[in-house]
Design a protein around this ligand. Sequence first.
Ligand code: HEM
Length: 150
Amino acid sequence: MLVFHKLFKGLIITYTFIHTIHIFSVFIYGGFLFVDVLFLSKMKQTLNDEEYKKARESIMMHVRKVVPYALMVAVASGLFMITQVFGEITDNSLSAFQIMLSIKAFLASWLGIRGINQKLFGINPWVFKSHLFPFSLVVVIILLSQLMYI
Ligand code: HEM
C-alpha cells in the first residue's frame, strides 16, 4: 500500500512539474506572438522601412534563440500530459473533454510541426508568413484548454 501511495504521489509531483513547465513555455511563446501582433507591428507607424527592418531584427535575433524552443517544450510537455489525463474511451464515443482536448492537441501539434520545420529545416508555408495566424491558433488553443473542463 505504502509503495502505491509513494508512486502515486511521485506521479502527481511529476505531473505538476510538467504542467508548470507547460504553462511557462506557453507564456513565453504566446507572449511573444501577443507582443508582435499587437505592438511590434505598430512600429511601422513611426519608423520608415529601413528603420523598421533594423529595429525588428534587433529584437528577432534574440527571439529566435528562445521562442521556437519554448514552443517545442510546450508541445513535448503537452504530449506527456495528454497521456495522463485523456482517460479511457467508453461506449465507443469521446466525451466533450476528450473531443476538445483532441482538437487542442491537433492545433498545437500543427503549430509545433510548423515550428520545427521552420527552425530546423527552413520550411515556411505561406499561411505562417505573418504571426497573425499562429496568434489566432494560440487564442483558440487557450480557450479550448479552459472550456474543456466545463
Ligand atoms: C501537442 C501539443 C499539446 C498537448 C497534447 C497539450 C495538452 C494539454 C493538456 C493535457 C492540458 C491540461 C493540463 C491540466 O489541466 O492538467 C493542457 C493545458 C494547457 N495548454 Fe496545452 N498542450 C499542447 C500544446 C499547447 C500549446 C502549443 C499551447 C499554447 C500556445 C497550450 C496551451 C495550454 C494552456 C493555456 C493550458 C491550460 C493551463 C492551465 O489552465 O493550467 N498547449 N495542455
